[in-house]
Design a binder for this molecule. Structure first.
Ligand code: ADP
Length: 170
């Protein structure tokens, strides 16, 4: 299952997987970081569709079309804000990955790219976040052997190294 996971350095808005995941906030109406980059690249159709969705709870995900992106779909996952780890952050972050992958499956999507959800403005320690991302993904791939590819798109070298280390450890 490990061979279906790819780790790359780059910009998620440029990915050609069938879906890309957005690290959104609960309004789903855009923000900074990767969210802003995705909305800029997708064009205003994305915001218009997001406005019909009535937001999204933390740990959950909703799907839209990809508009001007190469990806056909955007899956908007709402990560938790890090509060020291005592407010269910790990479970909520795991939910982002599990719910995004489940949505992909429901839409017959076979390839998906993830950013490092919650590790920017939301302050989740990247080393801990990477462990959650990899373990949830491997669990999903074991249960869904027909799924083709999961790409972790890292915006910085540090995050890239953490994913590499995690993958080498398992
Ligand atoms: P959050 O609010 O969930 O923390 P951020 O967008 O602030 O979301 O950051 C999440 C991660 O996405 C960070 O690791 C950040 O460096 C990364 N990131 C920012 N822009 C991009 C991009 N264009 N492609 C991929 N990752 C990105």
């Amino acid at each position: 299952m490990k061979e279906k996971i790819k780790i790359i350095k780059g910009d998620i808005t440029k990915q050609e997987t069938e879906a890309i995941v957005n690290a959104a906030n609960r309004t789903l109406l855009g923000g900074g970081g990767v969210d802003g980059a995705i909305h800029r690249a997708a064009g205003k159709g994305l915001l218009l569709e997001c406005m019909t969705l009535n937001g999204c709870e933390t740990g959950k995900a909703k799907i839209t079309k990809g508009y001007n992106l190469k990806a056909k779909y955007v899956i908007h996952a709402v990560g938790p804000v890090w509060n020291g780890g005592t407010r269910g952050e790990e479970k909520l972050l795991a939910g982002c990955y599990a719910n995004s992958l489940r949505l992909a499956l429901e839409h017959r999507i076979e390839s998906i790219s993830f950013p490092a959800i919650s590790t920017g403005v939301y302050g989740y320690p990247p080393d801990k976040a990477v462990k959650v991302a990899v373990s949830e993904t491997l669990k999903f791939l074991r249960e869904n052997p027909d799924f083709r590819e999961v790409v972790f798109v890292c915006f910085d070298e540090h995050t890239y190294r953490l994913y590499e280390a995690e993958m080498n450890q398992i």
